[in-house]
Design a protein around this ligand. Sequence first.
Ligand code: PMP
Length: 292
Amino acid sequence: MSLVYIDGTFYEKENAKVSVFDHGYLYGDGVFEGIRAYNGRVFKLDEHVDRLFDSAKIIALEPGVTREEMKKIILTSCAKNNIKDGYIRPIISRGVGDLGLSPYNCKKATVVCIAGSVSLYPEKVYTEGMKIVTVATHRNYNESINPRIKSLNYLNNIMAKIEGVQAGSPEALMLNTAGFVAECTGDNVFAIRGGILYTPDVQSGSLDGVTRRTVIDLAIARGMKVVEHCMSRVDFWIADEFFITGTAAEIVPVVELDKRPIGDGKVGAQTKALIADYKAYVASNGTLIPTL
Ligand code: PMP
């Protein structure tokens, strides 16, 4: 049995429903997070809740709950669903309104939390690496829907995902409107060259990934130099190693981009080392899920 939190009450999965007049449904007007639990702990809870509230603030959405209340909702959702290792999806949408798009007719935000599981890619991509392509759909322009907002409107990424999958690519590299690398459809991107770790700065058009930040910290702890700056596709074509990061995907090695092998076309040693560091780190860090 799976229990879903909606506005103060836990419902069985089959009865977990929100109104079709919620602007989250009508307009994709809302924000969300994707969080993992490992070993009975919620990983980077504060960081995810902070990003959720930042996203809400950017779209001028008043969540109606405090950060502390949201953390409690997430932890209680895990406890009620006996989550030890899992995936949590808090959602705050604009709430019920009328058929006009104005958010000012929505009285109160709808707060939802789903605690379940996720598995994105087959095990093989972690050991053998992924082959991906760049797609023509550009990442949103910063001054339209800023990619730092984790909003319910994921059409930009979904359009790119469709293009990638149609080209046989399970993830897809997206460029910004200036032609520089932004990120993948649901993951941040990293290149390693000459022992230095490079990743596009968030102003290039990416979500400020929690996994991204964790990997940067782990790389620094291993003594690697980390550079966050504007990058082009060429930087990835000529990289020694390439990997992508995300809460659900974790760290996925990329061994081919646009039919060019990355390095020797095999999963790189430094990527393998960072994957091992990441696994060890997530296993022992996080906020304990309470017993009810
Ligand atoms: N970029 C996008 C567009 C995402 O949706 C995500 C989350 N799936 C990421 C990057 C990675 O962010 P995080 O490491 O915080 O999950």
